[in-house]
Structures are given as structure tokens and as C-alpha cells.
Design a protein around this ligand. Structure first.
Ligand SMILES: C[S@@+](CC[C@H](N)C(=O)[O-])C[C@H]1O[C@@H](n2cnc3c(N)ncnc32)[C@H](O)[C@@H]1O
Length: 505
């Protein structure tokens, strides 16, 4: 029996009604929560008697108002900024750079939907991430939509004011950079970020989406995290089908890390990232394989800037320093066409060296390194490392093998190993310009700013020794003057609260 002594037969009827109209699943072991919720709703509806309220609810014509009041009582409002960091890291490093690069060529627009966004921390985390990835953000048309069934959550999201609990995994510097104090212990998101995100009420169980009317069509990314876990199976399947329709081809569906439902696999292609599985709607057959920005052939005119990982990966907790601003540089020429394989990197994939490619030690060191470049370009990073290990086993002093190894580790986010590989490269060839540039990038991402500046200085001095139009080795046709400009150019868009940038040389 529940604490309010509501008969179980009524609670069973009520729980069926709630499941049908709101998706929320209340099994008998949660009937106490249900009875407390309906008691609160009865008070709001003006019923002195809870049983009368239940009977009215299940017989009266359904109105949004009933759902909204009940949602205020029955939904769980647990959320915070950059919740589930592994997901944000995958977005930061691969998913968003690829989408942005594709859109850069087209209309410079991106549409993201957070379904079940609660009080807004999730869509605002995405806004902040995009703001960091897009130095030329004023030229973009970014739409982030947050929807929820609970109107009180929507109101709070629209206000954009948060207490310290919302910042539980983010460091002080994050708050200082993107928020301003608002009364005691509260912080308000900066207006320029707030205006990127629009919120409205939407009950995921209803049939009124995806539609142009509620702006839920043509999405590039749909988040629905820690929402469907409260729904029953049939409802989950229906809602996921609607998300599929809401997405553009090649778009991404992002559930919570602990939500692993079969329906995701039947509708989407699962793609593994470190600590997270994200789901992609099949791209059209002819589309190019998605590639991460470190390896991309098509460098946009405006650099994409990844966040600086600090104590917690993927969390924008350190200043966006100069070296990071150069991480989009294309240091490896990837002249080979990528080998067949999954569209995106799966670092956990087993090495897949093709027949005749020195699987039994017959290739030369050079061919192994070349093969590693090609595999890396096709995002087969595990196989690339395998080739490089074999190359280095044959020649411990091979400069190129260490350099490519550094790039692969950088791509995998293994900064310590990348640093070591670039140091090996420079030990063997101190004037390797791109090893200096990339080492500076790694050092910056590790907050080793003196090391970063030392290597940017070295790269600058080496570049100045070259004729301005001389092609920089390993830089795929980039001239010395161009690279010099790239590594010294002050950042176009400063974020409030950022420390002074490294000066131009
Ligand atoms: C636990 S929160 C998750 C918030 C956020 N997505 C996250 O992961 O941090 C679940 C949210 O789903 C919302 N929700 C529950 N049922 C819903 C429905 N039928 N339609 C829309 N939103 C719903 C709740 O109001 C709540 O804000």
C-alpha cells in the first residue's frame, strides 16, 4: 500500500493512463511516487479528494493542461552541464567537426534538438561547445531546440540561471567564461549564448512531430538522454522512429550512456567512441566517409577550434590557447584514398592489415609508414598503429614513423603518447617543423604553456629561415609564409574572460 492509501486498482488505472499519455512508466514499485505526484496534481487542479481527481483525469477529454500539471509532479529533473563527458568528447572531436565541415561548404547552418532537455543545461552545453568550435560563429545559423514536457523546467531553461549544483563537473573557469553572477550563488548564461537556444513544450508521446510547425524537422543531431529509460518498450520504439524521421541523412541520435536499447540498433548505425556509443542515420550511399578534423583534406578558410581538455576530457575547462587554435592544421598529406572500412574511427577495432602488406614482415619501413598514413586517413587508427609498430621494430630511428605515430595518437586523444612520439621525432630531426607545431598543440592541450610556446618559437624560427613561398615538408603544399601566418595569427574571436593570447611573432 502507498503512503496515501490510494487503492491499488486506481493506481493501476492511473499508471496506465500516465504511460499512454506521457510515456512515463510507473511499475508497482514506484506507485508511492505516483500517489505523491497525483496528490500534488489534485491540489493544483483544485480537487480536495485525490480519488476524484484520478477519476476525472481518466474520463475527461485530454488537454495539454492536465499533462503539464502532472508533468510538473511526476518528471525527474536531474541534469547538469556537460553531463556524460564521453559523449561531449566524441561530439567535440569527431561528430561536430565533421558536420560543421560539411555545412561550411553548404549553407553554414546546423540544427540540434535536445528532446527532454529538462532545465536547459544540456542544450546550453552544446551551445558552448559550438561556440568554441566556431571562431566565425556570427556567420553561422545555429539552431538549438530544447523541448520538455514539464513547463516549469522550460521556464527555468529560458531564464538560463543556475546554481552551483548544475556546475558539478565543470571547473570555475568555465563558469567565469560563459556566465555572469546573478544574485547569491547563482550564475546567468551570457545573453549571446542564450539566444542560440529556443525552448518549447513538447510531449514526446504525442503524434505532432516531427513537423515544420514545431521546428522538429531537418535535424543534424537529436539528443534524447535519460528520458526514454522511463518509457515502456512500445513507446520507446515509436519515439525513436520519430527521431529517425526528424534527422537528416547522416545525422546523429545521441541517447544517454546507460541507455542501450535494441531499437537504436535497428534504426541507426551504432558508432563506437571512447566511452560512448552514438548512433548515425545512414548517410546517402554516395556521401564521403566522415572524417575527423585532424585528418581532413578540406581545410576550411576558418579554423575549427577544439576545446581544451583539462582535468576532465571534453570539458571546456581551460583557456582556448594559441596552440589549440592550430589543431585544425592539416599536417599530414593523405594522398591515398582511404581503405574500405567503417565511416568513423573505432579505436577499439582490431588491426586490419591487408594481405600482401607486410603482414609477415615483407614490406619496407617506408611502405609501412606510407600504409599507416593511408590507414589513418581512412580512420583505421588501430591498424595504422600496428603498421607503425612494425616499422619501428624494423628501424628504431625512423623519423617519419615517429611523426605519423604522434599524429595517430593525437587523433586518438592519447596526448601523452603523442607528446612522446613528437619528442622522438625532434630528437632525431630537431628541425622538423610540423613536429614542433604539433608538439606545441599537444602541450597546449595539456596546459603546458611554456613547452607549447617553446615549440611554437622553434617552428617560427625554422619557418623564417625558409623562403616565404617554400613548401613546408609534410604540410601538403602549405608554404612557409602561410604556415607562419597560421601559427602566429591572433585569434579572430575572443571569448570574455579568456587570458591574454600568446603574442604574434
Ligand atoms: C532525467 S531528465 C534528463 C535531462 C537531460 N536530457 C539530461 O540527460 O541531462 C528527463 C527529462 O525528460 C522529460 N520528459 C519525461 N517525459 C517526457 C515526455 N513524455 N516528453 C518530453 N519530455 C519528457 C522530463 O521532464 C525531464 O526533464
Amino acid at each position: 500500500m502507498n503512503s496515501l492509501n490510494i487503492p491499488e486498482s486506481d493506481l493501476r488505472i492511473l499508471s496506465d493512463w500516465v504511460s499512454q499519455h506521457m510515456g512515463l512508466h510507473f511499475p508497482p514499485n514506484r506507485w508511492n511516487d505516483l500517489s505523491l505526484g497525483i496528490a500534488g496534481a489534485a491540489e493544483q487542479f483544485g480537487f480536495p479528494d485525490v480519488l476524484n481527481c484520478i477519476r476525472w483525469l481518466i474520463t475527461a477529454p485530454l488537454r495539454d493542461e492536465q499533462i503539464k500539471v502532472l508533468a510538473g509532479q511526476l518528471t525527474i529533473g536531474e541534469t547538469y552541464f556537460f553531463r556524460e563527458l564521453a559523449t561531449f568528447k566524441a561530439l567535440e572531436e569527431t561528430v561536430l567537426p565533421n558536420l560543421l565541415r560539411a555545412r561550411y561548404e553548404q549553407d553554414r547552418s546546423l540544427r540540434v534538438w535536445c528532446a527532454g532537455c529538462c532545465t536547459g543545461e544540456e542544450p546550453y552545453s552544446i551551445a558552448i561547445l559550438l561556440r568554441q568550435l566556431l571562431p566565425d560563429w556570427p556567420e553561422w545559423n545555429i539552431t538549438i531546440l530544447g523541448t520538455d514536457i514539464n513547463p516549469k523546467f522550460i521556464e527555468k531553461a529560458q531564464a538560463g540561471i543556475y546554481g552551483s549544483w548544475s556546475f558539478r563537473v565543470t571547473p570555475e573557469s568555465f563558469k567565469e567564461r560563459y556566465f555572469r553572477p546573478h544574485g547569491e550563488g547563482a550564475f546567468e548564461l551570457l545573453p549571446e549564448l542564450k539566444k542560440w537556444v529556443h525552448f518549447h513544450y513538447l510531449n514526446l508521446v504525442e503524434d505532432n512531430y516531427p513537423s515544420h510547425y514545431n521546428l522538429t524537422l531537418g535535424m543534424d543531431v537529436v539528443f534524447c538522454r535519460n528520458v526514454l529509460m522511463y518509457f515502456d518498450g512500445a513507446c520507446q520504439e515509436k519515439v525513436v522512429g520519430k527521431f529517425h524521421r526528424a534527422l537528416r541523412d547522416g545525422g546523429w541520435f545521441i541517447p544517454g550512456l546507460t541507455e542501450i536499447l535494441e531499437v537504436y540498433r535497428t534504426k541507426f548505425t551504432p558508432v563506437n567512441f571512447p566511452g560512448a556509443v552514438l548512433y548515425q542515420k545512414s548517410p546517402p550511399v554516395k556521401s564521403k566517409p566522415a572524417i575527423s578534423h585532424h585528418w581532413n583534406e578540406a581545410v576550411p578558410a576558418t579554423p575549427l577550434t577544439p576545446l581544451t581538455p583539462g582535468r576532465e576530457p571534453a570539458c571546456p575547462d581551460a583557456p582556448a590557447d594559441a596552440a589549440n587554435r592550430h589543431s585544425w592544421l592539416k599536417p599530414l598529406p593523405l594522398s591515398d584514398s582511404p581503405p574500405p572500412g567503417p565511416a568513423l574511427a573505432n579505436p577499439a577495432a582490431p588491426p586490419a592489415v591487408r594481405a600482401g602488406e607486410s603482414a609477415n614482415g615483407e614490406g619496407t619501413v617506408e611502405s609501412l609508414v606510407q600504409r599507416a598514413r593511408s590507414l589513418a586517413g581512412g580512420k583505421n587508427l588501430a591498424a595504422a598503429i600496428h603498421c607503425l609498430d612494425r616499422a619501428l621494430a624494423m628501424d628504431r630511428l625512423n623519423i617519419q614513423a615517429y611523426y605519423v605515430q604522434g599524429m595517430v595518437f593525437l587523433e586518438l586523444g592519447e596526448l601523452g603518447r603523442a607528446l612522446k612520439a613528437f619528442k622522438h621525432t625532434l630528437f632525431l630531426q630537431p628541425e622538423h617543423i610540423l613536429a614542433h607545431v604539433n608538439l606545441a598543440q599537444v602541450a597546449g592541450r595539456q596546459n603546458q604553456f611554456r613547452l607549447r610556446d617553446k615549440h611554437l618559437d622553434n617552428a617560427t624560427n625554422l619557418l623564417k629561415r625558409l623562403a616565404p613561398d617554400a613548401v613546408v615538408p609534410e604540410a601538403d603544399g602549405l608554404s612557409a609564409s602561410h604556415l607562419l601566418e597560421l601559427i602566429t595569427k591572433p585569434h579572430a574571436q575572443e571569448l570574455p574572460g579568456e587570458p591574454p593570447k600568446r603574442s604574434s611573432r
